[in-house]
Design a protein around this ligand. Structure first.
Ligand code: PEP
Ligand code: MN
Length: 364
């Protein structure tokens, strides 16, 4: 699939040597005054696109569900008064139609819509024959195929000016993030669609102001093409997502601090050193795989032994001990114990699979 020709909005911004694509604006358009005040402050900053949600998908009823159609008029005013391009979220065909009528420059599909192929197809159908740039947020759940599918549906409608937004994934596990980043998924998306720009939305990943900078920096370190940061003149009193919005002044500080890395080494000496380190990493990975092979061979032996003695495969106490001790060993070795626990969950599943196979038919 070929995204973003020379004339595309995303290509134009990214070719402009202005660093990452920068999108900012309130979570929701709340009042004309709030929208205009935010836009006025952002027009003085290197912002390429002004965002504001007009129709807000909220988890619970009786929360602020967006200002609706009249917000489109305010966005039109932002364009006229401050020459800022504007973007809003669309969740159905009617939203698309209205947004286009008001000259919204870029549309985005929200995380709660990307999960639903019916809704995405309805939007795609409404976009047939229209050339408007579209950004597709990741689905709420960590499902790469749904994200790819939504991008394909929009692309198949003839829209080639596309970008993806990584806003993190809902998770039942408690963490410091509102939505777990699961960086592996956007990395896989990037591998799947090599020329598709990826924008990070650190506001929805973090869920709080303090993590917006580190999450944005990490994304840029990974080669992301842009950031979308929720910005409000009075964040604590915002009608939605109050904890994760920053003031325009704070946004300016974040932009100032963000470092854009080079896409590659530009000096032969640096290339050599990186090559040397990569060779050592390859060797370390060979060792890891050899150690895993040895472990699995031992697991098979113990599986045989359990079979001969008619003992069940899953020995809970033993596994609890393994998780505990390996996490401790990791800490001692200066490795994140949580990472090693995750690794052992995978090793555990594979070890159990091998042993149950031995139990069943005696062959590996
Ligand atoms: C938003 O950008 O304000 C929004 C509703 O985001 P998401 O779809 O990522 O939850
Ligand atoms: Mn929001």
């Amino acid at each position: 699939m070929k995204f973003n020709n020379k004339e595309s909005f995303f290509t134009q911004v990214l070719a402009g040597e202005q660093g990452p694509l920068r999108i900012a604006g309130p979570c929701s358009a709340e009042s004309e005054e709030q929208v205009m005040q935010t836009a006025q402050a952002l027009a003085k900053q290197p912002v390429h696109l002004f965002r504001a949600g007009i129709w807000k998908p909220r988890s619970r009823p009786n929360s602020f569900e967006g200002i609706g159609y009249k917000g489109l008029e305010w966005l039109r005013q932002v364009k006229q008064e401050f020459s800022l391009k504007v973007t809003t979220e669309v969740a159905n065909a009617k939203h698309v139609e209205e947004a286009l009528k008001y000259g919204i420059d870029v549309l985005w599909i929200g995380a709660r819509t990307t999960v639903n192929p019916f809704a995405v197809q309805e939007i795609a159908d409404a976009l047939q024959g229209v050339q408007v740039p579209v950004m597709v947020k990741n689905p709420v759940n960590p499902d790469l195929a749904l994200w790819i599918g939504a991008i394909e549906r929009i692309y198949n409608a003839g829209v080639t000016d596309l970008a993806a937004i990584h806003r993190g994934f809902s998770s039942y596990q408690k963490s410091k993030y509102r939505n777990a980043p699961v960086w592996q998924i956007p990395i896989e998306l990037k591998a799947h669609f090599q020329n598709l720009p990826i924008i990070v939305d650190p506001s929805h990943i973090a869920g709080n102001r303090d993590l917006i900078f580190p999450v944005s920096q990490k994304a840029l370190d990974l080669g992301y093409d842009g950031v979308m940061i929720e910005t409000h003149p009075d964040p604590t009193n915002a009608l939605s997502d109050a904890d994760q919005q920053v003031t325009p002044a704070k946004l300016a500080e974040i932009f100032e601090k963000l470092q854009v890395r080079k896409t590659n080494y530009d000096d032969a000496e640096l290339v050599n050193r990186a090559e040397e380190l990569r060779l050592q990493i390859d060797a370390a990975d060979h060792d890891i795989i050899a150690a895993l092979a040895k472990r699995m061979a031992l697991v098979e032996q113990i599986g045989e032994y359990k079979k001969q003695n008619n003992v069940q495969v899953l020995q809970l106490e033993r596994w609890k001990e393994i998780f505990r001790t390996r996490a401790d060993w990791a800490s001692e070795a200066g490795i994140d114990p949580a990472f090693v626990e995750e690794l052992y969950k995978l090793i555990h599943v594979e070890s159990i699979r091998k042993q149950t196979a031995v139990m069943k038919d005696g062959i590996k």
